[in-house]
Design a binder for this molecule. Structure first.
Ligand SMILES: [Zn+2]
Ligand SMILES: [Zn+2]
Length: 330
């Protein structure tokens, strides 16, 4: 049954020991579930992102109808282990009770992590008055004043402050990559081949007494670039965001308005135009910019994409149920 933590002190953002996983061939799969702001439309679901790492799923945001989009994506609700909430506007959280109920009626018993701004536990508790019979535990991790650093399936999960009309956070997920394995060094050090696999994965090797006998540094070259994605909505552009998203392989960023004539409106409501998103991506040196969170007043974002491309060429407008896979460079 669902347990409330009540007034107990919330656990600080944990730094977990990453589970062993195949760091050699790892990849991140994403599905941009929706691209809409404010309200779901017949042809456009609300902005949310599903991320798969090592076979398990992380969901970022859960507005009305997100569980339907997840079904459309082909991913399984049963594999969602963590849900990040950017902020408490309805288009980012109101789908949560229904999603959790469906996960419960699908037989889930494993706990679900919920990561979000301060008061996430209280807000989710209020929303879930209409979903009181969950057969699994909710584990809350609230983002403190000094940010958040946790892990998801061995990937680093970070939250960083955005600038919106209420407290709001972006998320970055990074899969680190160990250096290249050098068999010649392993042979020269007399390391039996039985240990090569775990050293290659960045793990230490121990003898029967638990003493470390070989370390990855003995056989691995310098660390290589990993994979990194950043998700930023809803927000104005700020310098601190630029630092938080630096060198990301993929930046999924809000561009609520495409028309530059809506720039003042964007400022007023704590949002961005396409051009502002592109100006954020350029100095941050991200590899690719995918725009999302489109205003219902903009039925087709495509005509405005060239404006952003003049500033950051590798820009595209996201589509609902858009699948993207990121792999380590060969
Ligand atoms: Zn929004
Ligand atoms: Zn908002």
């Amino acid at each position: 049954m669902w347990r409330w933590a009540g007034n107990e002190a919330l656990a600080r953002p944990p730094l977990r020991v990453p589970p062993a996983y195949d760091k050699v061939n790892a990849m991140i799969d994403l599905c941009l579930l929706g691209t809409g702001a404010l309200m779901p439309l017949p042809e456009r679901r609300l902005a949310a992102l599903l991320v798969r790492v090592q076979g398990r799923l992380l969901l970022i945001d859960c507005g009305e109808g997100t569980q339907v989009a997840i079904r459309e994506s082909g991913f399984s609700l049963a594999r969602i282990d963590a849900i990040c909430i950017t902020h408490f506007h309805a288009d980012h959280i109101s789908g949560l009770p229904g999603l959790l109920l469906t996960m419960g009626t699908s037989g889930r018993t494993k706990p679900v992590r919920i990561i979000g701004p301060e008061h996430t536990q209280k807000v989710v508790r209020c929303l879930c008055v209409i979903a009181q019979t969950l057969p699994f535990e909710l584990q809350f991790e609230e983002i403190g004043g000094d940010g958040y650093l946790g892990d998801f399936q061995g990937a680093r999960l970070q939250a960083f402050a955005l600038e919106h009309t209420i407290p709001c956070f972006g998320f970055r997920l990074t899969l680190d990559r160990p250096g290249k394995f050098d068999p010649a060094r392993a042979r020269a050090a007399g390391i039996p081949t039985d240990f090569w696999g775990q050293l290659q994965r960045g793990e230490t090797a121990q003898d029967e007494a638990g003493q470390t006998i070989y370390t990855p540094e003995m056989v691995l070259g310098p660390a290589r670039p990993g994979l990194s994605i950043a998700y930023c909505t809803d927000t104005r552009p700020t310098e601190s965001i630029r630092d938080a998203i630096r060198f990301a392989d993929l930046l999924i960023c809000e561009g609520t308005y495409g028309d530059p004539a809506k720039a003042e409106m964007a400022r007023q409501y704590g949002h961005q135009t396409f051009e502002e998103a592109a100006r954020l991506a350029t100095p941050a040196e991200v590899k690719r910019l995918l725009l999302t969170h489109f205003s219902p007043s903009m039925p087709d974002p495509e005509p405005f994409v060239p404006l952003a491309r003049q500033i950051f060429p590798n820009t595209s407008a996201g589509h609902d149920i858009e699948h993207i896979s990121l792999r380590f460079a060969p």
